[in-house]
Write a protein that binds this ligand. Sequence first.
Ligand SMILES: Cc1cc2nc3c(=O)[nH]c(=O)nc-3n(C[C@H](O)[C@H](O)[C@H](O)COP(=O)(O)OP(=O)(O)OC[C@H]3O[C@@H](n4cnc5c(N)ncnc54)[C@H](O)[C@@H]3O)c2cc1C
Length: 555
Amino acid sequence: MTVPGFKGEILETESERKLYMRDTSLFEKMPSTVAYPKDAEDLALLVKHVRSLREGGEDISLTGRSAGTDMGGGPLTNSVVAVFTKYMNHMGEVVADSSGGYARTEPGVYYRDFEKATLAKGLILPSYPASREICAMGGIVANNSGGERTLEYGKTEKYIEEVDVVLSDGSLTTFKLLSPSELQMKMVKQDFEGEIYRKMHTLLTQNAREIEARRPKVSKNSAGYALWNVIDSVKGSFNLAKLICGSQGTLALFTKAKLALVKPKEHRAMLVVFLTDLALLPDIVNRVLPLNPESFESYDDKTFRLAIQFLPQMLSQMGFARAARLGIDFLPELELVALGGVPKLILMAEFAEDTIEEADRKAIKAERSLADLRVKTKIEKNERESEKFWIVRRESFRLLRKNLHGYYASPFIDDFVVPPSTYTEFLPKLNALLDEYKHNFIYTIAGHIGNGNFHIIPLMDLTRPEVRKTILELGPKVYELVIKYGGTTTGEHNDGIIRTPYLPLLFGERMTQLFEETKHIFDPLDIFNPGKKVALPGKGGTFADIERDMITTTS
Ligand SMILES: Cc1cc2nc3c(=O)[nH]c(=O)nc-3n(C[C@H](O)[C@H](O)[C@H](O)COP(=O)(O)OP(=O)(O)OC[C@H]3O[C@@H](n4cnc5c(N)ncnc54)[C@H](O)[C@@H]3O)c2cc1C
């Protein structure tokens, strides 16, 4: 493919295309063309070109890709992929102000580099995901990512302020907060942007009641389009950047984002709970949450055993000095394993304050609140002490992917959320379902227990057809249960290939229609990442697509 005037590279060799046929999901799709745009103007030329081919009847589309760490197949395509990490990777200004501050960034900036720049001003984006070392800002915004600090600080949707975008006609604009009069000015524009504003305003105001009623009632959600976030009815403001956040590149591709930042508290202390009786979980969560931990995370006995098994390898990757220290730090927990006393769940409630004494006080208060439950607990008095728990929590998925040969880490029920108040009823039912299929996979559970957000990443031999069938049988059963208990299918990893087919079940018929109308308003020719968020028969978003695009090898 040749795009006149394109300054970056467009490559179609097999070796180049192979680089982008996978993310961290259980799918693979070989792109037909790889484009590395140099800047927003380049991307606009590419969009215009793809659009004109589409108008000419060609079956072509364009999917954005940043670091490719998505767990659901979001950046996978058989058509053109535009990769942002090669050139569109510049950090913009970072400004500190009285309320925290903000940063501007291109999508291809890795989070680790973004954070270095924001920390230089004493600020962070607190919605960073657990994949913080490997993911980029493009996916953080487009997936509406969240992470270990979301419990206190919320997800990326709260921090996104502006996005510079390329629309599906190839025009460039900025979506940002508009006052009612500024919105009026946008709506009278006689171009594609004006049309988007007019149509979206009508859709959102005429269906306001349905949209609000269908807003997921859990503390984090990445499923569907965040129609409920665009209008602030109190201020009367309107911001389409809030809709682009979490839309997985299906409405527009963004070339720059402005994100609000916060000044993090300086000191942390952690209460660790070693839980053997899962029946106590709801009670523990209900007692600890009111004390406002900054994070409340968990991982299970299988994660713990695997971490212990592969610990030496993991530690050596971190450099020897740190490895030796962490190895020693883990000795008490190794003793637990030796005595056969591995707890079913390890809970980590971390309290952040401006002084270490205050953080410790809070952790101790939380520990005391559990005294009558007779659970084994431990206080880690500072971040150096709690580091080992964070390492296991953050690195477990990567460990599994790397070390269990013959099995593939297969996320398909990897990110659902249920209200913590339902744990007592929900968890036994979930375990019963998992038990039904356990002959077909090994699984671990980790997650954001304070938000009710569970990460179950089964290890599966995807070469076996009966194992692949499990994904299509167990998935619907788990999601039906999650929805029955008032939950959502994805708290942060988003819909992608794996969850788009469940959106009608989660949101109902009318809301599904509103998602389709939204897609049509922004992208009438379906050129942006088709088959994600909205099912397009023949182009993706159905259970048949899940079945067809699944990896069938072990590596
Ligand atoms: C070990 C591990 C842990 C993880 N933990 C978390 C977690 O805690 N929380 C979480 O939210 N996620 C998590 N993830 C999933 C993933 O890493 C994050 O969602 C991350 O933010 C994706 O970023 P990326 O740059 O890799 O995105 P990509 O995979 O490149 O893309 C993700 C989606 O964004 C779209 N996109 C990319 N760039 C643009 C753009 N410029 N414009 C429009 N659309 C674009 C893509 O088309 C795709 O649909 C984890 C993944 C792994 C492997």
